[in-house]
Design a protein. Sequence first.
Length: 136
Amino acid sequence: MKPNLRSALALSIGLLLLAIPVLAHHSATAEFDSSKSFTVKGTLTKLEWVNPHVYMYADVTDENGKVTPYSFETGPPGNLRRAGVLRTMFNVGDMVTIEASVPKDGSKHLGLLRAVHFADGHTIVFGSAADSEGKN
């Protein structure tokens, strides 16, 4: 094989390998039903501010005192930052009320973040709702 052909082939394979993770990415609308939502009140226990999605975790206590851990997904950190939502706006231990879309597969204790309402009265809205309502 000629050196130029070998280099072109290696470059092509390399670019193809770089493109494979893009194919694995999922759409929020494929995983969550935006027409159905739920609301829970709890304490933030963990924040994962990483690509490709930010995850927030909260412990929710029911009327019988049973604590159930929930996890919530939202967009990538870069998109949130451009929308004015920063990691420093959230702290482990914050008491919050969370609105989220339900997963289509019926998973329990999981949701796509719509809004986080804080005890002091301010709210941070996520996703397409933020486009129409703005952020408080």
